[in-house]
Design a protein around this ligand. Structure first.
Ligand SMILES: [Zn+2]
Length: 331
């Protein structure tokens, strides 16, 4: 199998954190890698396992006996559990598989100084398997590290989740995300646009695709365009209207406003170094720049961020929105 940190696309923060913990000997005995399908979390788990088993301090080195054995899929201290389908039954991880793993994991390591177990698609453990694994997680032997990988954290027992250090692999590089979206039947053009708009988040991309997210963005754009001509009557109307739409919609709307303002800042830079999210309305945004000097944009961004935090508190949404709109207009 492939064991190289460089082979993993994105997730730099997670990887840096895991490597630091490993170096400092702070890695817990059980970790739970979560994230959408196809983001590389299993690959990351395998590479972490390789690093744990490698003879070098900053592994995996790729050259020591441990790394060579892993590459040939013949490492005696590495164990991987994956769902199996039997007959016509659905894919599942059954209790026998967990028992086999437990028997292996309880032995002393042979080639490395410890053992590593990766359980991929852990949400497919049946209940008996989960309960059996739970016992092992409750009584760590100290010589084995468990790396659970799942695309559906909510399907696992809370008691399992609570015994693992969570590592979330939420965000994806944009071209990879676009590819995954296209695999779900979304046209290539839309997939590319969604990937850029969603800032690399699969969940947000799908929400955009399914929940008319573009409409909210266009509304945020219309708000910016009409900001100069906005009087108190319009603000009250808009505040009432948005207040009725609920917290989630307001939060999304603020996110789009944030995105558009950020796009304008990028447009101020002439070297094309930044990514424009709203590429389809880039021209319109550029035309608005004279009305939005950088200082104003920064102030607005600060206000939007602050509002996003305050929105989470229990506030009267209509009054909240009126306040936000008035302050945005006054900047
Ligand atoms: Zn090595």
């Amino acid at each position: 199998m492939d064991i190289d940190w460089k082979g993993i696309i994105g997730h730099e923060e997670n990887i840096a954190r895991l490597r630091r913990m490993l170096r400092e000997g702070r890695l817990p005995h059980a970790l739970l890698f979560t994230g959408p399908e196809g983001v590389g979390k299993c690959r990351a788990a395998r590479t972490l396992a390789a690093a744990l088993l490698c003879g070098e301090p900053e592994g995996p080195c790729g050259k020591c006996p441990s790394c060579l054995a892993l590459r040939q899929d013949s490492h005696p201290d590495y164990y991987e559990v994956r769902p199996e389908s039997r007959g016509k039954g659905a894919r599942a991880i059954r209790i026998e598989q967990i028992r086999e793993m437990q028997a292996e994991a309880s032995r002393l390591p042979i080639l490395s100084h410890r053992r590593a177990v990766v359980i991929d698609d852990a949400e497919l453990m049946n209940e008996a398997a989960e309960n059996s694994l739970l016992k092992t997680l409750e009584e760590p032997t100290g010589q084995v590290t468990f790396l659970l990988v799942t695309g559906s954290r909510a399907s696992l027992l809370d008691t399992i989740i609570s015994r693992c250090m969570p590592v979330s692999f939420g965000m994806l590089p944009m071209d990879e995300l676009a590819g995954l979206l296209a695999c779900r039947g979304i046209s290539t053009a839309e997939a590319e646009e969604l990937a850029v708009l969603s800032d690399g988040s699969m969940g947000r991309a799908l929400a955009l695709h399914e929940n008319d997210g573009m409409k909210l963005r266009d509304d945020a754009m219309a708000f910016l365009e009409g900001l100069g001509a906005m009087d108190m009557g319009k603000i009250w109307l808009r505040g009432k209207d948005m207040g009725e739409q609920g917290r989630e919609k307001i939060s999304e709307w603020l996110m789009y406003l944030n995105m558009l303002l950020r796009d304008m800042l990028v447009l101020y830079e002439s070297d094309d170094s930044g990514i424009i999210y709203a590429r389809d309305i880039q021209r319109k945004l550029a035309d608005m720049l004279p009305e939005f000097p950088k200082g104003r944009i920064f102030q607005m961004l600060r206000l939007v961020k602050e509002s996003q935090c305050r929105l989470q508190a229990n506030v009267n949404l209509r009054l909240f929105m009126e306040g936000v709109l008035i302050r945005l207009k006054d900047i």
